[in-house]
Design a protein around this ligand. Structure first.
Ligand SMILES: *Cc1c(COP(=O)(O)O)cnc(C)c1O
Length: 398
């Protein structure tokens, strides 16, 4: 193709996206992350953040940050990569505390969950290896798998028979397999069958990587996520990924597992080696966040009440819910245009609910991704249900 200006290449593509109702926009937020927030200059009730336990603006965490900065032991920036001079005592203590909480040997901090998921497959997998990933895995897991030297095959969502077939084939071919799945699925809110996944991984000597970005915090005893929910403990061939930007309310991610796993990542994971360590003060905030998150039983109970209250109300309205016990409670609408109409109509009524459209979710399954925070009240959920009912009637008439 001939050389083009950026405009020649993109003007039409941008136009097409708009016409297909797939154009992405960034609502501008003012003030801290809260259920009640000002978005695009207007006061709304926010039902689409991932701040499940309300820790993104927690007074204890803010106090810990202020205290640490005043002590003079911690500054803001980290100044360099972990392997140079960026690995601060606070990072190190946080890694130890995460590992203790999870009951595994080690954990390793990453600057973002996206980078953690790029790092693991690239560092662990070799040519001729095989990655088997759930069809609905988070985009970062797919990108990580594609960048590794291994071959990627995807199995239908939570279909353990399809997965076993492929494991059987790989065993015949004597290929090393890495199974990859979300713990709680980010756009659906349902969980992977951790017990069956672990049984299969062990039977076929596969490695199991579970990204529980949405399970750590709201799910399991002490917020320990999906392994705890299924009463399973991780073994030496398990790779756990958690993100800190969701229920932890801070930023970054961790990989957790055996000593060998973590040492291998430090040696071989390019997204670990060639990047600046996250700010020192973020480690301070996250240590206090972990402390808050472990002890948030009251918030977890309240969250479950909100979820159950919402589900029974939404069922009465005949809305299309998904099989989810997590704070992610999507309502499937179908086509992108209708999903946007729902989202806009809810905005008019003062509720912020994102319309999630392809390619983030499969074609024909555009949805409202409703999420709950322990900071929501039952009254706010009732108000949301009322608004959904209004919009339902309004859009039916058109
Ligand atoms: C959000 C998310 C990520 C990415 O984490 P960031 O820290 O936001 O980069 C990875 N995996 C899953 C399942 C997620 O939901």
């Amino acid at each position: 193709m001939a050389q083009q200006t950026l405009k020649q290449r993109f003007a039409d593509r941008l136009q097409e996206r708009q016409e297909a109702h797939l154009y992405r926009r960034r609502p501008l937020s003012f003030g801290p992350q809260q259920p009640q927030m000002n978005l695009n200059g207007r006061q709304t009730i926010n039902f689409c953040s991932n701040d499940y336990l309300g820790l993104a603006d927690n007074p204890h965490i803010k106090q810990a940050v202020i205290h640490a900065l005043q002590s003079g032991q911690v500054g803001y920036g980290s100044g360099a990569a972990h392997l140079v001079t960026g690995h601060h005592l606070e990072h190190h203590l946080l890694e130890d505390e995460l590992a203790d909480w999870l009951g595994c040997q080690r954990s390793l901090l990453f600057s973002t969950g996206y980078m953690a998921n790029l790092a693991v497959p690239q560092a662990l997998m070799q040519k001729d290896d095989l990655i088997l990933a759930d069809k609905l895995c988070h985009a970062s897991l797919i990108d990580g798998a594609l960048q590794s030297a291994a071959e990627l095959k995807r199995y239908p969502h939570n279909d353990m028979r399809a997965l076993e077939k492929r494991l059987l084939q790989a065993e015949k071919e004597q290929r090393q397999v890495l199974i990859i799945s979300d713990g709680v699925f980010s756009m659906d809110g349902d969980m992977a069958p951790i017990d069956r996944l672990q049984d299969l991984a062990q039977r076929y000597h596969a490695w199991l990587m579970i990204d529980d970005a949405h399970g750590f915090g709201p799910i399991g005893e002490n917020g320990l996520g999906c392994f705890n929910y299924f009463s399973r403990t991780i073994d030496d061939n398990t790779i756990l990924v958690g993100t800190l930007g969701k229920a932890f309310g801070t930023s970054g991610a961790f990989v957790a597992g055996s000593n060998i796993l973590i040492e291998s990542l430090i040696q071989f994971a390019r997204p670990y080696i060639y990047t600046t360590a996250s700010p020192q003060i973020n480690a301070v905030a996250t240590r206090e966040a972990l402390n808050q998150l472990k002890n948030a039983d009251r918030q977890r109970r309240h969250l479950q009440q909100l979820i159950e209250h919402f589900r029974s109300g939404a069922e009465q309205l005949g809305l299309d819910l998904m099989p989810s016990i997590s704070p992610i409670q999507p309502i499937v609408i179908g086509d992108s245009e209708s999903a946007l109409q729902w989202s806009h109509a809810l905005q008019e009524l003062g509720f912020w609910v994102a319309a999630i459209r392809p390619p983030t979710v499969p074609q024909g399954s555009a949805r409202l991704r409703i999420t709950f925070s322990a900071k929501h009240s039952i009254q706010e959920v009732d108000d949301l249900l009322q608004a959904l009912q209004k919009v339902q009637t309004q859009l039916r008439k058109n």
